[in-house]
Design a protein around this ligand. Structure first.
Ligand SMILES: [Zn+2]
Length: 252
């Protein structure tokens, strides 16, 4: 999980909150249908609702706030949503979190409408995460999160050194994030195999220090406005490898 640096709250959202007598997030989404002064429906991608979602993706550098997989589009070319707007604190509470911009995150679809279990927002639902910090309030990555590569089963598991957080992170029941969903474990391993091993070599004991550092730098570089998929796993894993191998006297 990576920290999110929020952009200024969109003016459309501020205007809606000021102008509406009883503003709600669901009310704001009705802006989807908004028409211009001439009564013509404005293009979908110019509606305040669409632009809000687009900004969520932009400030998160086009990855899901929880699992870190790529989320490149608000909608596909057929108008089908490719993301969800997550309320970190539940939408319908009494504390006004419904339209608090800091509380809004962009999430992947979380396997919604597909067979099998969900993950991310789609699994969490309206539950309050007690142990996990809102990524928009984090200063650095969640250092309690670690990863375990399993070459035999070809998957990468997320784990945590903090027992209190385990259930919320990887529990596979409603209210948890289920970040070890089959799809996520396999996708992380795919990056391990096709990026790390391809670039650094099959044998981890022979990886070159400078090459490892260069790959970390590549992953840390988001100057094109995009994080790479599963950046948190890759950068954590490579830094951990450096620490574990730095004590070796035979530096390669
Ligand atoms: Zn996700």
């Amino acid at each position: 999980m990576l920290p999110i640096e929020k952009l200024p709250e969109p003016q459309d959202l501020l205007d809606y909150k000021r102008e509406s007598s009883a503003p709600t997030y669901d009310g704001f989404t009705a802006f989807r249908q908004e028409r211009n002064d001439a009564g013509n429906r404005i293009p979908r991608n110019e509606t305040p609702f669409y632009k809000l979602r687009e900004q969520l993706l932009r400030e998160q550098k086009f990855v899901c706030a929880y699992c870190g997989q790529k989320v490149l589009q608000v909608e596909n070319q057929h108008g089908k949503a490719q993301m969800k707007t997550e309320h970190f604190l539940p939408q319908n509470d009494e504390a006004g979190n419904d339209l608090n911009y800091q509380n809004l995150l962009g999430c992947c679809l979380g396997n919604d409408n597909k067979k099998g279990k969900n993950h991310c927002d789609s699994m969490k639902g309206d539950k309050v995460l007690q142990q996990i910090t809102n990524p928009a309030a984090m200063q650095c990555r969640d250092e309690d999160i670690i990863y375990k590569v399993n070459n035999a089963s070809e998957e990468v598991q997320l784990d945590t050194s903090n027992d209190n957080k385990r259930k919320e992170l990887i529990g596979d029941t409603k209210g948890c994030l289920n970040l070890n969903h089959d799809h996520l474990r396999k996708e992380r391993f795919s990056i391990f195999k096709n990026v790390l091993k391809r670039r650094l070599g099959e044998d981890q004991t022979q990886w070159n220090f400078q090459e490892v550092q260069r790959l970390i730098s590549d992953y840390d570089d988001s100057s094109d406005g995009h994080h790479k998929a599963f950046k948190d796993f890759v950068t954590w894993y490579l830094r951990d490898w450096l620490v574990k191998n730095q004590s070796n006297t035979s530096r390669r």
